[in-house]
Design a protein around this ligand. Structure first.
Ligand code: ADP
Length: 320
């Protein structure tokens, strides 16, 4: 019987991480398991910064963005000696297992810890939706809401001024935020790692929208790390009939209270994580496929190719 488990948040934060922490604490209590919160991801684990979490330590956190435990990156966690220190700290406190909330990188750390005798379960906490073992990551839909809200507002002002708004969104080499936002807002063009970026082609398309379709405004949504959007907006002004303006949404996409969907998702996945640890199962990550909670081994999840989202991209093309 597992008596003590730990919970930490790692990598980039996302709305809904608190809902997941809360569900871990409350669900564990129902099994008679005590939960220790670990500050700042693997860093707090190595530096032995942990505390016992009671029912009330998660009160009023469900609707709050960010993570009450803090998150950090610790590249040295790839070294065995550093992880050994973490295992030592856990053992000294009598903590037998861990729930790790984060992305693929955090899953790799959790896999290594499991191999060293600490059962770990991973929960997908990232706005990027870049984890293959789940259809939705915790925070994705909230971030999408933020983007849609911003793009709707940009469209209001750009249509008054014959502008083309170039909007850079996050995604960390995953185009999901961009293509979903494109469908939600009726953007004219979406550029992601999946579509690739051909500058001349985008300029030609904008000229077509301006000259042939007679549009008086346009929205281009671009995934981060594809191009310099400020420079590209200047080219739009030079080579098309639109006045190009760039907007980088930045970290605002990571903030805000989680949407109802993310609260439910976080609660469902966290509850499964605790059930697995209670059954002495580790080395797995939890996700949602076809609206069912599923768990699969880390190795399998980390090897799994992400869906190419072909259906979404062709839907977008048909609706432009
Ligand atoms: P995310 O979890 O959002 O993908 P990162 O890739 O930054 O974010 O990973 C978060 C943390 O997980 C890293 O700072 C590091 O502490 C740990 N980590 C990442 N990769 C490994 C690995 N191969 N082995 C052990 N720990 C890792």
């Amino acid at each position: 019987m597992v008596k003590k488990i730990g919970v930490l948040t790692s990598g980039g934060d996302s709305p809904g991480m608190n809902a997941a922490i809360r569900a871990v604490v409350r669900s564990a209590q129902s099994y008679g398991i005590t939960v220790y919160g670990i500050y700042d991801g693997y860093r707090g684990l190595v530096e032995n910064r942990m505390f016992e979490m009671g029912r009330y330590s998660v009160s009023e956190t469900l609707g709050k963005g960010g993570t009450i435990l803090g998150s950090a990156r610790l590249p040295e966690f790839k070294q065995k000696e550093v992880r050994e220190k973490a295992v030592e700290n856990l053992k000294a406190e009598g903590i037998e297992a861990l729930v790790v909330i984060g992305g693929d990188g955090s899953y790799r750390g959790a896999l290594e810890l499991t191999r060293m005798g600490i059962n770990c379960i991973g929960l997908p906490g990232t706005i990027d939706n870049d984890i293959a073992s789940t259809e939705f990551t915790i925070g994705f839909i909230t971030a999408l809401n933020t983007i849609v809200d911003a793009v709707d507002k940009l469209r209001d002002t750009s249509s008054s001024h014959k502008r083309c708004s170039v909007v850079e969104v996050m995604g960390n080499r995953c185009g999901d935020l961009a293509i979903w936002a494109g469908i939600c807002t009726g953007a004219e063009i979406v550029v992601t790692p999946q579509t690739g970026f051909d500058e001349d082609d985008v300029i030609n398309q904008l000229n077509y929208f301006h000259d042939v379709r007679k549009k008086n405004h346009a929205i281009v949504i671009i995934s981060e790390k594809m191009t310099d959007v400020e420079a590209f907006a200047k080219k739009i002004s030079k080579y098309t009939g639109f006045d190009g303006r760039a907007t980088v949404l930045g970290h605002v996409q990571r903030g805000g209270g989680p949407s109802p969907f993310d609260r439910v998702l976080a609660s469902r996945l966290a509850d499964r994580a605790v059930q697995l640890l209670n059954d002495n199962i580790g080395g797995q990550c939890v996700g949602m496929i076809d609206n069912k909670v599923v768990n699969i081994p880390f190795e399998e999840a980390l090897d799994k190719p992400r869906s190419s989202r072909k259906e979404l991209y062709s839907l977008f093309e048909r609706l432009v």
